[in-house]
Write a protein that binds this ligand. Structure first.
Ligand code: NAD
Ligand code: DAU
Length: 355
């Protein structure tokens, strides 16, 4: 079996669902169930004997030791993290604890377990660390996209904590020989995306008749990838990636935020027109910019294509349409994640702007 951490979050849940649909191999899913972890994302797996869910922390050394010894996974895929840049600005502590200390404890537990495996199992074992393009910092409009050789220049507490975790993973390979792989991916979108992030927030607010808050001038650029393409890239790197290497994963799909918001508004006009006949674009407002806001991310995904033959399957046009459809069809999921804690977060981040 494989051990997946953070498998109740957005990408982790998509990964677990896809893995079990494509493989016979079982998944041991370890997730702390923070505000971002949601067992409803895994509801389709109820009663599936190939999915074992454990609520727990990647920073809990005793729990990790017990799980590894009992279940003997042949690989670990580490998604568990605090993932939202704005939350890291309001409160960095959890990011340091989970992304740095938690990854360290996970690496330590895996190193101990791996060193006790027999030769054959030790040779095929893999630790895949899921990271982000944000570790590379911000690009100017003219700069070439991030290659794997780009200098690390993280700018937010979130990206700094992910950069630190990447360095620890690298060090465990170089120092102890742990068979690691790292993926650095661009912005994902798709089903089960928590509505604190740009795309689901805009869909959910539009449907609720609320303002659509664009930070600053809205001309910041992100490179969007449909989540299922990220999952297939991880499966491919796990199967065939070269040990100790990093692979950048992206959609070749750079877009300014304001264009994303316009696209969502136009799709909703078509798929769920407002009762008053007005376009959703009338709900757009510009709010104060994110402190230290990175201007542009873009991924050069040629290495993973050249070495492993991976390319995204989804176009942005098809992926974003599927995503809007998913949110329209899953209004119960949306209602259930908008708990009291979610509303408190909106107040913390946007103040009166979303009233
Ligand atoms: P998410 O916030 O939706 O999910 C994170 C999951 O990790 C949640 O289920 C949460 O409960 C769990 N978790 C948090 N702390 C934990 C801990 N200490 N122990 C165990 N579980 C814990 O995040 P996501 O968007 O699904 O991102 C998953 C990973 O992919 C992260 O490592 C993130 O840095 C990386 N990533 C995300 C994106 C993106 O666009 N969302 C892009 C590139 C890389
Ligand atoms: O690039 C990969 C990263 O993408 C991941 O590592 C992170 O975990 C993930 O959260 C995401 O980070 P971003 O900061 O790029 O994503 P977010 O959805 O928060 O914001 C996308 C862009 O939209 C960014 O430029 C900020 C802007 N934005 C966001 C929100 C929530 C707005 O203009 N208004 C908003 O209300």
């Amino acid at each position: 079996m494989i051990l997946v951490t953070g498998g109740a979050g957005f990408i982790g849940a998509n990964f677990v669902l896809d893995w079990l649909a494509e493989n016979e191999e079982p998944v041991l899913n370890l997730d702390k169930l923070t505000y971002a972890g949601n067992l409803e994302n895994l509801a389709a797996l109820a009663g599936n004997p190939r999915h074992i869910f454990i609520q727990g922390d990647i920073g809990d050394a005793a729990l990790l030791e017990k799980l590894l010894t009992t279940h003997q996974p042949r690989a670990v895929v580490n998604f568990a993290a605090e993932s939202h840049v704005d939350r890291s600005i309001h409160g960095p502590e959890d990011f340091i604890q989970t992304n740095i200390v938690g990854t360290f404890r996970l690496l330590e537990a895996v190193r101990g377990y791996w060193s006790r495996l027999d030769d054959a199992a030790r040779a095929t074992f893999r630790f895949l660390h899921v990271s982000t393009d944000e570790v590379y910092g911000s690009l100017t409009a003219e700069a070439a996209p991030f290659a794997e050789s780009h200098r690390y220049e993280p700018n937010s507490p979130y990206s700094a904590s992910k950069a630190a975790s990447d360095h620890l993973v690298r060090a465990y390979h170089h120092t102890y020989g742990l068979p690691v792989l790292t993926t650095n991916c661009s912005n994902n979108y798709g089903p089960y995306h928590f509505p604190e992030k740009l795309i689901p927030l805009m869909i959910v607010n539009a449907l609720a008749g609320k303002p659509l808050p664009v930070y600053g001038d809205g001309m910041q650029v992100r490179d969007w990838l449909y989540v299922k393409d990220h999952c297939s890239a991880i499966r491919r790197v796990l199967a065939a990636g070269r040990l100790g290497e990093t692979y950048n994963v992206g959609g070749w799909n750079e877009k300014p935020n304001i264009e994303i918001v316009h696209t969502l508004c136009d799709l909703l006009d078509e798929m769920r027109p407002r009762d008053d006949g007005q376009p959703y674009r009338t709900q757009i407002i510009h709010v104060a910019d994110r402190p230290g806001h990175d201007r542009r991310y873009a991924i050069d995904a040629r290495k993973i294509e050249r070495e492993l033959g991976w390319r995204p399957a989804e176009t942005f046009e098809s992926g974003i349409r599927k995503t809007v459809r998913w949110y329209l069809d899953n209004q119960d999921w949306v209602a259930n994640v908008q708990s009291g804690a979610y509303r408190t977060w909106l107040q913390t981040n946007y103040g009166e702007a979303l009233k």
